[in-house]
Structure formats: C-alpha cells, structure tokens
Design a protein around this ligand. Structure first.
Ligand code: TTP
Ligand code: MG
Length: 594
C-alpha cells in the first residue's frame, strides 16, 4: 500500500521520469494514436459480427427468393470485408506501435545509462570506498532496464487498458443497459482478488530483488578475487555461499509461480461465472425476445475482452512498483554529490614548480578515525623526498591527499604556495604524476595502457617515456611491441614489468611532481636495477615524493620522513636519521640484516 508520504515521493519520482520521456513526446503521441486505433478496431469486431447475425443471418430462411438471398449475402460480404479491414488495421497499428515504442524506450534508456555512468565516474573516491561494486553494476544495468519497462510497457499499457475498459463499458451499456450492468457487477470481485494478489506478489518481488542484488555482489566480488579464492582453497566455501543465495532465489521464484498458479484460475473462474450468468439471464431474454442472439454473442466476446485489461492493470501495478524502486535507486545515485568539489573559478598556472607543503593536516577516511594527525612538512621544488614507516602508518594516504582524492578535515595542503582546493582538479592531477602501489592495467594494447587515451599524450610521448623508464626493451620483445594486447588487469605481465609500464604511463604526461608509491612485491635484482635507474631518471628536474620500502630507493633522497601511527616521527637525511638512533635506524638495520 502506498501511504501519503510514499505517494508524494512517487509523484516526485514519476515527474522526474517523465522529464526523460518529454523530449520524445512526438513518438509517444504517435504511439497513443496507434493504440487508440488498435483499441477501436479491436472493439468494433464483435459489434460487426453482431450486426451480421441480427440484421442479415436472421433474415435468411430456406424458402427465400433467389434475389433477396443474393442481396443479403452481398451485404454480409461487405461487413465481412470491413471486419477483415479492422483485423489488418489492428495488426498494422500493433506492429507500428510496438516498434516506435521500443525504439523510443531504448533511446531514453541509452541516455539515462550514459548519464548515470558519467555521474558515477565523476564521484569522489570516498564514494567508491563505501559502495559495493556489485550494487553499482546492478544499478547501471538492471535498474535502468527496469525503467525501460516503465516507458514502454507501463505508460502505454495503462493507456491501452483504460481506453479498452471505458470503450467496452460504453459499448455494453449502450447495447443493452441491464446486461451491461450485470457484467459490471462482477468487476469488484476481480478487483478485490487482484488487489490482494498484487500485495502478496509485491513482497515476493521485493525479496527476489534483494536476493538478486546479493547474488550480483557475490559474483562480482568473488570473480575479481578468483586467484585468492583458488590460492587459499576457498572454492568450496564460496560455492556454498553462492549456492545458498541461489537456492533462496529459487525458493522465491517458486513462491511467485505458486501465487500466479492460484490467481489465474481464480480469475478464470469469475470469468466463466460471468458467462454462465450472461447465458442464463440473456438466454431468458432471448426467449422473451428482448435480447437478440447477436447481442448475446457480442456480450460473451466483450466479457472476454473486458477481463484482460483489468488483469493487466493489476499486473501493471507491479511493474510500476518495481520501476519506481529502480528509479529511486538510480536517482539517489545521480543525486550523490561529489565530496571533493571543484572550484568555480580555479587558479590557472602554466606549469607548477612543485613545492609541496602540508600545514597541520588532520585527515580521516571516515568520522574521527584519524589516519593523519597534525602532519606538517615542506618539500622544495625538485627535491627527492622519501616516506618510510611501518604498514598502516599513513604513507599512501599522504600520497592520495596530494592529488586531492580526498579532502582533509583540518589544516591545509599547498602546492607552490596555493591551497590545492583552489586548483582545477584536472590540472592538479595532470601536474601530479602518481605511480600507485597496485598497478592497474586495463584490457587493450600496451600503448593504450601508457597513453590512457589522454589527448595530451601522443604515441611519441609514450615511446619516449618507455625509453626513459627502461620499459622499451621488454616492450619491443613482446609480440606486436606497443600493439601487444594487455589482458584485463595485466595478468600476463610480471610485477616488475607492470611497475615499469606504470612508470611510463605516469611520466608520459610530463608531470611537475612525481609520486611513487612503491610496491612491496619482491622483484628480481636485474629488474630492481632497471627500476632504480628509471626512478633516478624520472626524478630529474621534478619534485619526487616516494614511499619507499627498499633502502636502495632512499639512499640518495634529499630528505627522509618517517611516519609512525599517522604522525611524523623523524625527519632528515639518511645519515642524520641513522645518527639519531630512532625508528629509522631500526628499520634500516632490519633490512640490512636480512
Ligand atoms: P595507508 O595510508 O594506506 O598506510 P600505508 O601506506 O602507510 O601502509 P602500507 O605500507 O601498508 O602501504 O593507511 C593508513 C590507514 O588508513 C590504515 O589504517 C588504513 C586506512 N585506510 C582507509 O581507511 N581507507 C583507505 O582507502 C586507505 C588507503 C587506508
Ligand atoms: Mg601504502
């Protein structure tokens, strides 16, 4: 049941949906016209037959004159042709309306899906941290598909059914008022049954949707983590979980079938009851000659056609509910605001020098769980600064903040003396080249993975960058070289190769600042030397901030900052820190004692 509040929200959602349909009003207009034509031709048919029976067939009798018979048959022929005409027009308008409608629906859907996807892409990282991937996939695919139902089946079947019902009632009442009233008297029974049914079935549908979303989440999560599952022999457990959700779904589907299996025969029963009543009452009328045989026939036909739109209206209600739920979910997704907001009037700089300042920065991913506590440091243009510290100390978080993936809660972060909130986000991210801890390769070619389709990165830039970071040699050796295919997630590349590719990707855009969040993965000595050399070449003439796990990366740093539990514990050159005899010295000795 819809309460007052629900209804209010529904009309709001409806209004918003209609805004998507509005640009296509001509198509919808055409569709409504075609539906009107369909309904009229369909409703005219029993009336034509009735006409033949009552006005012509009854006139035919065995002893009739040849001329009169021919005259009647001629008339019947004309009506029969008209009947054929209604069948053809009905067929034609049905076909045309279906075609126009689905084309329009799919166009609306395409736009909507693109809009949703565009919006999701624009959202800040914190959104993706808190929303399961499977839900997003469901919303962009299933939920938009549900909406299509709204525009195609619902909008038009509502119209079609209401027109049919009104048409049939009018025809029945005008043909014979009392018979008409009698048929109408059955309507409440049908309505009550349908109403009860749709309430029950709606709950079933809701449960089905919930389970389906669970299945989707399960699939997307576990398929992407397949290597971990197999490595730790979790197949059985994962399968059990999936199996359970799948069985739940089966159970709900069976429930749906069960209710439908009761509902349909119940309706059929009422329909037969109606026809029996009609034959009893109408038959009496026929004998008393108040009702003609043709009218009786036409009524039976109209009863059949009367039930269909009523039932269909009840089912439409379900589709509307499901579509409204989907639209509410889609709209709430579209209403998600970016948490990181771009300046309306951002500062434009030709090229950043690369001075980075953290000024009493406090930061938490959520609530008051501080990941960074009062962190302050200054990195001069062109310097090479290394961050070290135990896992979870907040090193990667600092890197995220420099390219403003998240906004900080307190303090400020400045680049070249300007608060990063005042830069254009795009420009900032272009100026800050980030090599992330986990390298993500996309399906495509090697070249595409380096240029990433950025219009300011040419093929030549990609090749130059690969040379600079020592990736050229191994790329040339690949079958196809720069055109070599990359599997989704780069499964066919070694950790070292992936690392080098991501270096090439980052320096190809010639950023003023370079952020290296070093992978902890162990890499063979030869590749390690290549990486070492690549880092030195990349860091020339640019501010470089590296999260380092290997002492080799740190050795030549201008400054080392030691993080501990979200705070800066020590700061200085390697030699200064070693002298201090603090955390760094411990970390250093741990690595060299291996
Ligand atoms: P990180 O900044 O990722 O810690 P780190 O880079 O120093 O660690 P590692 O050497 O292992 O790479 O995390 C700091 C804290 O922030 C940690 O408690 C986890 C938390 N965190 C989130 O809550 N959400 C996130 O997206 C990230 C990256 C971290
Ligand atoms: Mg990290």
């Amino acid at each position: 049941m819809i309460n007052k509040r629900g209804q209010l929200i529904n009309t709001k959602v409806m209004g918003r949906l209609l805004r998507y349909a509005y640009p296509h009003w001509r198509s919808f207009f055409l569709v409504f016209g075609l539906i009107l034509l369909m309904t009229i031709t369909s409703l005219a048919q029993p009336r034509l037959v009735q006409w033949i029976i009552d006005n012509h067939l009854v006139n035919l009798s065995p002893g009739m004159e040849e001329g009169a018979v021919r005259q009647e048959l001629f008339q019947i022929g004309i009506i029969a042709l008209t009947y054929l005409g209604t069948v053809l027009i009905n067929f034609g308008s049905n076909y045309a309306h279906f075609w126009v409608l689905n084309k329009t629906g799919q166009t609306i859907l395409l736009n909507l899906r693109q809009e949703v996807y565009d919006h999701v892409m624009s959202l800040s990282m914190s959104f993706f941290d808190t929303n399961p991937l499977g839900n997003l996939v469901t919303r962009i695919t299933n939920d938009t598909e549900n909406l299509n139902e709204m525009f195609t089946s619902v909008l038009t079947s509502l119209f079609q059914n209401i027109v049919s019902i009104i048409g049939i009632i009018l025809i029945m009442l005008t043909m014979n008022f009392r018979l008409g009233l009698m048929v109408l008297a059955l309507t409440p029974a049908i309505l009550i049954i349908s109403f009860v049914f749709r309430n029950i079935i709606q709950k079933v549908y809701e449960e089905q949707r919930r389970i389906l979303s669970k299945i989707n989440n399960h699939l997307s999560e576990n398929l992407s983590g397949m290597n971990v599952i197999q490595m730790f022999h979790q197949e059985e457990k994962v399968y059990q979980e999936f199996d359970k959700a799948d069985r739940d779904y089966l159970r709900e589907s069976q429930r749906e079938v069960k209710y439908f299996a009761t509902y349909r025969p119940a309706v059929e029963l009422i329909r037969s009851l109606g026809i029996a009543l009609l034959l009893w009452y109408g038959g009496g009328g026929f004998i008393r000659e108040t009702i003609t045989f043709g009218i009786l026939y036409a009524y039976i036909e109209y009863i059949q056609r009367f039930f269909h739109p009523i039932l269909s209206l009840a089912e439409t209600y379900n589709v509307i509910q499901s579509a409204l739920t989907s639209s509410r979910r889609i709209f709430s997704l579209m209403d998600e605001k970016r948490t990181v907001i771009n300046q309306t009037d951002p500062i434009q700089v030709d090229r950043l020098m690369g001075k980075v300042e953290f000024d009493h920065v406090w930061f938490a991913y959520k609530g008051e769980e501080w990941v960074l506590k009062d962190v302050s440091f200054i990195i001069e243009p062109g310097e090479f600064v290394a961050f070290v510290g135990s896992t979870g100390a907040g090193k990667s978080s600092i890197m995220h903040l420099i390219s403003r993936f998240y906004d900080i809660q307190r303090g400020s972060i400045r680049i070249d003396g300007i608060d990063i909130k005042n830069f254009d986000e795009q420009q900032l991210r272009q100026a800050v080249g980030v090599v992330q801890q986990d390298v993500f390769l996309f399906g495509g070619t090697v070249e595409e993975n380096i240029t990433l389709g950025r219009e300011y990165v040419s093929r030549d830039d990609a090749i130059q960058a690969s040379k600079l970071v020592n990736a050229e040699t191994f790329i040339r050796r690949l079958p196809g070289g720069y055109e070599a295919p990359v599997m989704e997630r780069g499964a066919t590349f070694s950790a070292g190769q992936r690392q080098l590719l991501s270096y090439a990707r980052t320096v190809a855009a010639d950023p003023s600042m370079l952020i290296l969040d070093e992978a902890t993965a162990n890499i063979d000595t030869e590749t390690e030397l290549l990486i070492q050399d690549a880092i030195i070449k990349m860091s020339r003439n640019r501010t470089t901030i590296a999260v380092a796990h290997r002492i080799s990366t740190i050795a030549d740093a201008d400054k080392i900052i030691v993080m501990h539990h979200g705070e800066i514990a020590e700061e200085g050159t390697k030699d200064q820190l070693l002298e201090q005899d603090g955390i760094f010295r411990v970390l250093y000795e741990l690595q060299f004692d291996r």
